[in-house]
Design a protein around this ligand. Structure first.
Ligand SMILES: Nc1ncnc2c1ncn2[C@@H]1O[C@H](COP(=O)(O)OP(=O)(O)OP(=O)(O)O)[C@@H](O)[C@H]1O
Ligand SMILES: [Mg+2]
Length: 360
């Protein structure tokens, strides 16, 4: 269903994104080893990744690093190793064929379709080497990390170093990384830091954009038609304007209307409410670092766009802060993807979040 509020997994459920799918496919076929899927929250990165993996002829495994981190409060090598192995366990053919290579990896045991880490000797690098050997005959193995910026919490496990080693030496592997918090993703990867392991490494970036107004309208029409739910063109136009081409909000709006039989305005309000509860945990984590984030977001949402104006607003509300501390907070918000900086002005690029932040 086009409006289903979960990441899509099949091509038929994915609206458009033909070019992006082809771009990924071509990059993998060319043997590129590092692909990044970039885009704001709710633009459809996870969906695109899922569908790309299901369409590619290559064996593939995927780990959702944000989910893993929330579940285990850690992404050390045992945790990520466990997730990689369990992703493999879910793919019978892959596991069957890769078994003889996996047997060489120290610290894991295989019985039937269960692969487990059994000792401290386990190393991610050895696991990747085994997959690389498997890939030599089976074809390039694609390893995907959704919300990869969370890999920066690896502690003693340095995933940037592991990735750099793999990209340089394991020619039968392709890594696909996505991240909503693009700034944090690049902070983790550090392509421009000469001291960092991934310095200067080639990466193919696939950038997801929002739907154009025409595409957004088309998406809504198609979804409502599929759900046999009647709407007017005026409602569609209005929703397109309010939700500004962000597939996640468009789908949620459609889903809410079609499943709960709500009117247009009610559904828009409900999208705001749902969006709010969706980002609540993320926001509360952010505000726990500093309550100033709340006020800065609110200020920008209210229309203060210049560095100085935002700082004045913050000072008025919460008192003195020095320039460099303020800049750091603002910069972190830009990295998190909540705030965008364009031509010296700061703004909230997502209209739904903008409305939510106004009420903070
Ligand atoms: N091209 C699309 N066609 C149909 N539905 C889509 C499309 N893109 C996104 N969606 C829907 O939008 C919602 C958000 O998509 P998804 O979770 O893939 O985005 P995301 O960029 O990974 O979001 P987040 O940054 O929150 O992880 C989901 O309900 C998904 O079904
Ligand atoms: Mg996602």
């Amino acid at each position: 269903m086009l409006f289903s509020p979960y990441p899509k997994t099949r091509r038929e459920e994915l609206f458009d994104r033909e070019n992006e799918l082809k771009e990924i496919e071509d990059a993998v076929r060319r043997g590129e080893r590092l692909i990044l899927l970039l885009g704001l929250r709710r633009l459809g990165k996870s969906s695109l990744l899922n569908v790309a993996l299901s369409e590619l002829p290559n064996p593939s495994i995927k780990v959702d690093v944000r989910k893993t981190y929330s579940e285990f409060s850690s992404v050390n090598r045992y945790v990520i190793g466990k997730m990689l192995l369990s992703a493999m366990g879910a793919k019978r053919k892959l596991l069957e064929e890769a078994k003889i290579f996996l047997k060489r990896v120290r610290g894991i045991s295989i019985s039937g379709f269960r692969v487990e880490i059994t000792s401290k000797e386990f190393s991610i690098t050895e696991l990747l080497e085994a997959l690389n050997d498997y890939g030599e005959n089976a074809g390039r193995v694609v390893i995907a990390f959704d919300e990869a910026q969370y890999l920066r919490f690896g502690g003693a496990t340095r995933y940037d170093g592991i990735l750099a080693y793999a990209v340089d030496n394991l020619e039968n592997l392709t890594f696909i990384l996505t991240g909503s918090e693009v700034g944090l993703l690049f902070d983790f990867l550090k392509f421009n830091d000469p001291e960092a392991p991934l310095f200067g490494r080639y990466h193919h970036d696939v950038v997801l954009n929002r739907f154009s107004p025409d595409m957004s309208a088309e998406f809504l029409r198609k979804g409502f038609e599929e759900a046999s739910f009647p709407v007017t063109e005026r409602e569609i136009d209005d929703a397109v304007r309010e939700l500004d081409g962000i597939p996640g909000w468009l789908a949620l709006y459609g889903y809410i209307r079609a499943t709960r039989n709500l009117g247009h305005n009610e559904a828009i309000n409900e999208v705001l409410r749902e969006a709010k509860s969706m980002i609540q945990t993320e926001l509360s984590r952010l505000f726990a670092y500093s309550p100033r984030y709340r006020v800065i977001l609110k200020g920008i949402a209210l229309g203060y766009s210049k560095w100085k104006d935002i700082k004045d607003y913050l000072t008025l509300k919460l008192g003195y802060i020095n320039d460099s501390n303020f800049s750091k907070l603002l910069e972190n918000l830009v990295k998190s993807g909540y705030v965008e900086k364009e031509g010296g002005e700061y703004k909230i690029p997502d209209p739904v979040l903008q409305r939510i932040f106004r009420e903070l």
